[in-house]
Design a binder for this molecule. Structure first.
Ligand code: GMT
Length: 385
């Protein structure tokens, strides 16, 4: 198949999943065209089946800000027509699903909708729970969902939320996020510890875009309690609006020697490989990809008992789930894993093994079948006309 994928290129789970999906599809012989504002951060190596189209929105004095969604639609229309794309897969409803719809309208005269590319939209989370909940965007998100030929959600939780908020016209298929366990695996060696000047103390890690939904304050509060009982270092990977406040808190509380702000990093496997625990106390995560990637590297997780986490984090087996804001409970759970090496080993092995159920190949097959179903439906509709 010839597949177009449009996604956010920035540090974030939806761009990561879109890119890993495209790379896996290319390895399986499909041709993949990426559409994005810049090369997605995980695109990496070249491949004969992968093409990247950078969307450059025109700047004109009349425009307050460049019209990215329109430039994206024009580019999708151009590439879809000349490359005869079968499917355009929009990751994140806004603006990608809307741009794909517009692109199809742009091609109406050259190819009727029934013979044009199919539109698959994957909902990732905040496109529904935050953007979709905002009155200024709600109807645009609804249009993207209802006019796509097929819609998937990355968890059962997100599917239910979408149904509750939008009562969509078509069924939504759940295709969980995934992890490539040949890449996300615990690497041997102490080099990252040495490079970071970390000794034998326990390493706690948090990876995110530092948005309010991630509750960075809780990460710090839990860590504060951990380091009062055992020697520990906290690695904070990523960047975003809450970072400055977090840095100030760390300085005021005298924890600068124990908390390391590492900023945005592309290769997180070496850090996950020295981590003993991941904290992800978000208000809610539609899935929580970073936790799955940590588990694949044998890192037990302490997460929120909301959103998609219950779909892949087994309570008391791969880690612990708590109501959001339960700093005391999370600290207790974290210490129960970190204070006993035998307990840690049991959690680490379970987490790593369970992550295998979300192996890339298994979930990419589901996307392939999903695309085929959309293309077959269109062929049948065209034949019936
Ligand atoms: O806010 C984020 O974490 C970024 C956002 C994104 O679109 O990149 O993440 C969402 O999609 C990820 C991939 O499907 C999920 O793993 C995250 O849980 C989800 N974030 C939220 O629901 C807050």
């Amino acid at each position: 198949m010839k597949i177009g994928i449009s996604c956010h290129h920035t540090y974030g789970g939806s761009g990561a999943i879109a890119t890993e999906l495209g790379k896996a599809l290319a390895l399986r012989g499909h041709t993949v065209h990426f559409f994005s504002q810049a090369a997605p951060f995980r695109l990496g190596k070249y491949s004969k089946n992968i093409f990247f189209h950078e969307i450059e929105a025109m700047n004109y004095p009349l425009f307050e800000s460049p019209y990215y969604a329109l430039a994206l639609a024009s580019k999708i229309a151009e590439v879809a027509f000349y490359e005869k794309l079968d499917v355009v897969h929009a990751h994140y409803a806004i603006p990608h699903a809307i741009s794909a719809l517009l692109a199809r309208q742009m091609l109406e005269e050259k190819c009727p909708a029934s013979r044009c590319f199919r539109i698959a939209t994957t909902l990732h989370g905040t496109d529904i729970t935050i953007v979709g909940a905002d009155a200024s965007m709600r109807d645009a998100v609804r249009l993207g969902i209802n006019k796509s030929d097929g819609v998937t959600a990355v968890s059962g939780y997100l599917k239910d939320e979408t149904v509750r908020m939008f009562t969509p016209r078509k069924p939504i298929e759940v295709i969980h996020n995934f992890v490539d366990t040949s890449v996300f695996r615990r690497l041997p060696g102490r080099e990252p510890r040495e490079l970071l000047g970390i000794g034998t103390e326990k390493v706690v890690i948090h990876i995110s875009n530092f948005r309010p939904v991630k509750r960075i304050g809780d990460v710090l509060a839990v860590f504060e309690q951990i380091q009062q009982r055992i020697p520990a270092t906290l690695l904070l990977v990523g960047d975003g609006p809450e970072r400055s406040e977090a840095e100030t808190w760390v300085r005021i509380n005298g924890l600068t020697s124990k908390v390391r702000f590492l900023g945005k990093l592309d290769d997180i496997v070496p850090l996950l490989s020295i981590a003993d625990l991941m904290l992800m106390p978000s208000n809610v995560e539609s899935f929580g990809l970073a936790a799955l990637e940590a588990m694949a590297c044998g890192v037990p997780v302490v997460v929120t008992d909301a959103g998609g986490f219950p779909e892949f984090v087994r309570q008391g087996v791969d880690g612990f789930r708590h109501p959001h804001g339960d700093v005391e409970g999370m600290s207790r759970s974290a210490l129960s894993i970190l204070e006993d090496d035998a307990v840690w080993r049991r959690f680490s092995e379970s987490a790593e093994q369970h992550a295998g159920q979300f192996e890339t190949a298994l979930l990419v097959e589901k996307y392939e079948s999903f695309y085929r179903k959309l293309v077959d439906e269109a062929d049948k509709a065209a034949a019936d006309q």
